[in-house]
Design a protein around this ligand. Structure first.
Ligand SMILES: *[C@@H]1O[C@H](CO)[C@@H](O)[C@H](O)[C@H]1NC(C)=O
Ligand SMILES: *[C@@H]1O[C@H](CO)[C@@H](O)[C@H](O)[C@H]1NC(C)=O
Ligand SMILES: *[C@@H]1O[C@H](CO)[C@@H](O)[C@H](O)[C@H]1NC(C)=O
Ligand SMILES: *[C@@H]1O[C@H](CO)[C@@H](O)[C@H](O)[C@H]1NC(C)=O
Ligand SMILES: *[C@@H]1O[C@H](CO)[C@@H](O)[C@H](O)[C@H]1NC(C)=O
Ligand SMILES: *[C@@H]1O[C@H](CO)[C@@H](O)[C@H](O)[C@H]1NC(C)=O
Ligand SMILES: *[C@@H]1O[C@H](CO)[C@@H](O)[C@H](O)[C@H]1NC(C)=O
Ligand SMILES: *[C@@H]1O[C@H](CO)[C@@H](O)[C@H](O)[C@H]1NC(C)=O
Ligand SMILES: *[C@@H]1O[C@H](CO)[C@@H](O)[C@H](O)[C@H]1NC(C)=O
Ligand SMILES: *[C@@H]1O[C@H](CO)[C@@H](O)[C@H](O)[C@H]1NC(C)=O
Ligand SMILES: *[C@@H]1O[C@H](CO)[C@@H](O)[C@H](O)[C@H]1NC(C)=O
Ligand SMILES: *[C@@H]1O[C@H](CO)[C@@H](O)[C@H](O)[C@H]1NC(C)=O
Length: 709
């Protein structure tokens, strides 16, 4: 959610910047009378009620526009002040554009701003009004036609008086901490009948979308993104005769269907992403010939993709990802020659990629990830010379990798993982794509040969290399000079012997994932106990032949997997510093000694703890904490002794517990019987004694499915 909010912020930011650009280039120069003295003093009072604070605006071109508002020198004509617009006939102040002006401070209903009763246009966007409420005296500004308070730290309920601003044609309250309850959105729509642009994104509305929005016949742009709207979306809104932009994304509670578009419409952007709208895409959507952007990502749409979409030749952005569309990709898409972004990711599409895609020469981003797309990659894709991201992973693609792919010189990311090619490819060919920094060929039927002679100093800096199951037989030497890698997956290849010494210097500050699992590696060589990668999140060394003491990855590591090796010795105490650990799998090694007492300190982040098949001994730590998210603990096949820690009863997320084949000497743990999710409990081959069930029957084991004594 945080990242989608950030993305949303970014999108808003871009649209904000372009609006700003238009405003900034508008000219205010005309001959006019001098300003009215009382209005001048209102402006000065308004200025003085704020401090200038550079953190109050985020636009990089912000500056303190009120700085020029001063009586000094020859400057008393307030109509000549920066961003003050006066009526050219009577000299009244009719426009103020103080967006991105570093204004910081509270504003209340006695603010002199509300004496400027001739104002028609007021822009205070991108300042910091210190969580003020919008004052009720805003209704004094009864001539307002344009009001922009976007991103300016207003909070609470908008005042009832707002609905008196009946001249309003453009209203932007987005990106604040505002609520709309009383007046409701329906009440606003009743009175603000001249609205052309309405942006309430991020305003907490928490209601259904009122039908009477469909009566606002002047509306050209309606943005209600992330307003916690729910209920069925009114069809009438689609029918608004002038609507060009409809954006209701990020309202997960919003349901409804697309209508049969048997009318012509100026709609250019239809943005329904992350709502719960469902049903089919009507074939009549092909009538909306002005559409340039369709974003229906993460909705609930299903059925076939209508071939009429191919009639929308102005489209440059089409995102139907994360729905359940089935059938083939219509060949009519070959007509969408303006398309630069196409995502059909995460649907149930079948059949080959239409060869007509060769027509899409503007395409820059193509995402077909996770469908059932079959056949070969069409060689015509070579015509897509602008392609920067080609994401075809998790499909049923077969055959060779067409050589035409190696002509896509703007490719930055190529992902072919999880397909069924039968191809031998030389790594050198990818290296010739100089912008390529993310290459994923994991588990797709490609055998990769990396030549020894390739000049490793002139290679591009890769960020992501997914080479799981690519039939590699050597540690790739070119990695020695790669210092920007964040993701390195060499799992399930045929790499034998020792990890090369230089490996400890590869991308020390950047690597987040290292997967060397399922190879034949015998030694980590001379390595420090604490491995050098400072940002590591996942280290997977599983199923090799590693020996020696257990290394400790970066303290930031989330998942540490070394199962099925031959590590020996105790678990180093340093492991206690890995405070974010979620998965610790040390199973099937020759580790011994007692466990560090800190083990329960992982409590709050640890989900899975697997120590089975080692030679650990002694008691297990006693103090497990409530708030723990632990779901699975496996201590089986060790030499643990003593009592089971009673505090395990606090780990209420536990689903599986295996203590088998140890030397625990305890009574039956009836006290585990209140764990609501415990499905599996294995105690076999220990020295447990005493009765299994107490008469009190207080403990119920409500979810138990497998129980092995
Ligand atoms: C409104 O704010 C001004 C400062 O700008 C302050 O002097 C005044 O007391 C405030 N009035 C109320 C009713 O809070
Ligand atoms: C500037 O504004 C920030 C909030 O954006 C506030 O935390 C800070 O205290 C302000 N500094 C001054 C000097 O007013
Ligand atoms: C003020 O501006 C007027 C007209 O531009 C000019 O004649 C006058 O000399 C200026 N006075 C000062 C003090 O700059
Ligand atoms: C911001 O609001 C707080 C709480 O209402 C107030 O104490 C503080 O003085 C305000 N800061 C400014 C700069 O107006
Ligand atoms: C609002 O307008 C009324 C007259 O319509 C005026 O008396 C009052 O002072 C104004 N309030 C403000 C804060 O400007
Ligand atoms: C609509 O506007 C009129 C006139 O300004 C006002 O009297 C009325 O209360 C408003 N209606 C609502 C629902 O606010
Ligand atoms: C595209 O539009 C034309 C008329 O403009 C129509 O005849 C044709 O059937 C449409 N094609 C599709 C696939 O809907
Ligand atoms: C390519 O686009 C043109 C329109 O520019 C269209 O006439 C042609 O049918 C398309 N070709 C394919 C194969 O879709
Ligand atoms: C692809 O490009 C080649 C060479 O530029 C051209 O001959 C061919 O017609 C193009 N194919 C399509 C479908 O545009
Ligand atoms: C991959 O293709 C081979 C034949 O080329 C076939 O036997 C196998 O079932 C396919 N695997 C998958 C997962 O489709
Ligand atoms: C590539 O780099 C490795 C490690 O630095 C080095 O051993 C090898 O000789 C280099 N190969 C070439 C061709 O430069
Ligand atoms: C188990 O513990 C009980 C009580 O502490 C003790 O009497 C018994 O000898 C122990 N059994 C074994 C096999 O160590």
């Amino acid at each position: 959610m945080a990242s989608s909010l950030n993305r949303l912020k970014f999108v808003y930011w871009l649209s904000f910047l372009s609006t700003f650009h238009l405003i900034a280039t508008r000219s205010f120069s005309f001959v006019q009378p001098l300003c009215h003295g009382h209005e001048r003093s209102y402006l000065l009072q308004f200025k003085q009620s704020f401090v200038i604070n550079k953190t109050a605006s985020i636009d990089p071109s912000a500056y303190p526009k009120v700085a020029s508002w001063t009586l000094e020198g020859n400057n008393s004509d307030c109509c000549s002040w920066d961003r003050v617009e006066c009526d050219e006939f009577n000299g009244h102040v009719i426009g103020l554009d103080l967006h991105s002006s570093y204004l910081y401070g509270s504003i209340n209903s006695s603010s002199s701003l509300f004496n400027l009763v001739h104002l028609r246009s007021l822009n205070l966007a991108d300042n910091h009004f210190n969580y003020s409420q919008i004052p009720s005296t805003v209704s004094n500004l009864s001539k307002l036609t344009h009001l922009n308070l976007s991103g300016s730290m207003f909070s609470s309920q908008i005042p009832l008086e707002f609905s008196q601003l009946s001249q309003m044609s453009s209203l932007d309250l987005s990106l604040n901490h505002l609520e709309i309850k009383k007046p409701s959105l329906g009440h606003l729509a009743e009175n603000l009948t001249r609205l052309e642009n309405l942006d309430l994104s991020w305003v907490s509305i928490i209601s259904i979308v009122p039908n009477n929005l469909g009566n606002l016949s002047s509306l050209t742009s309606l943005r209600l993104s992330d307003c916690q709207l729910n209920g069925e979306f009114p069809i009438g809104i689609f029918k608004l005769p002038n609507l060009r932009v409809l954006d209701v994304q990020f309202n997960e509670g919003l349901t409804g269907y697309l209508p049969d578009f048997q009318w012509s419409s100026p709609l250019e952007e239809i943005i329904l992403a992350n709502t719960n709208l469902s049903g089919k895409l009507p074939s009549s959507i092909g009538n909306l010939g002005s559409l340039t952007k369709i974003d229906m990502k993460s909705c609930n749409f299903s059925g076939f993709i209508p071939s009429s979409l191919g009639n929308l030749t102005n489209l440059n952005f089409l995102d139907l990802s994360f729905n359940t569309f089935k059938g083939h990709i219509p060949s009519s898409f070959g007509n969408l020659i303006q398309l630069s972004f196409l995502s059909l990711m995460d649907n149930e599409l079948t059949s080959p990629i239409p060869f007509e895609f060769a027509n899409l020469t503007q395409l820059t981003y193509l995402f077909l990830y996770n469908n059932f797309i079959s056949g070969q990659i069409p060689s015509g894709l070579m015509n897509l010379t602008k392609l920067s991201i080609l994401e075809l992973a998790v499909n049923d693609l077969t055959g060779q990798i067409p050589s035409s792919i190696f002509n896509l010189e703007n490719l930055e990311l190529l992902d072919l993982s999880m397909n069924n090619f039968t191809a031998k490819v030389e790594f050198d060919k990818f290296v010739k794509l100089k912008k390529l920094t993310s290459l994923h060929l994991s588990n797709c039927g490609v055998s990769l040969s990396i030549s020894e002679t390739s000049d490793n100093t002139t290679l591009q800096k890769f960020q992501n290399l997914g080479l799981f199951r690519c039939n590699l037989s050597k540690f790739p030497n070119f990695l020695a000079n790669q210092d920007e890698l964040t993701w390195l997956d060499l799992g399930d290849n045929n790499i034998h012997g020792q990890v090369p010494e230089w490996f400890w210097n590869v991308s020390k500050e950047n690597l987040e994932l290292i997967d060397l699992s399922y190879n034949f590696l015998t030694s980590l060589g001379q390595h420090p106990i604490l491995l050098p990668w400072t940002h590591l999140a996942i280290l997977d060394l599983e199923s090799n032949k590693f020996q020696g003491t257990l290394p400790i990855p970066s303290f930031s590591t989330l998942q540490y997997l070394v199962s099925n090796n031959s590590f020996t010795g105790k678990i180093p105490e340093l492991i206690c510093n890995m405070s974010s650990l979620q998965v610790l799998d040390l199973s099937i090694n020759n580790l011994s000694g007692s466990l560090p007492q800190c083990l329960h300190n992982f409590g709050d982040s640890l989900l899975i703890l697997d120590l089975r098949w080692n030679a650990f001994e002694g008691n297990i730590p006693q103090a497990w904490t409530s708030g723990s998210k632990l779901m699975m603990i496996n201590f089986s096949q060790n030499k643990f002794q003593g009592l089971l820690p009673r505090s395990l009863a606090k780990c209420i997320m536990l689903k599986a517990l295996d203590f088998s084949n140890n030397q625990f000497n305890d009574t039956f743990p009836t006290w585990l019987g209140n764990l609501p999710n415990l499905k599996l409990l294995i105690l076999r081959s220990n020295e447990f004694y005493g009765p299994i069930w107490t008469h009190k029957a207080k403990y119920k084991f409500p979810s138990l499915q497998i129980f092995d004594l």
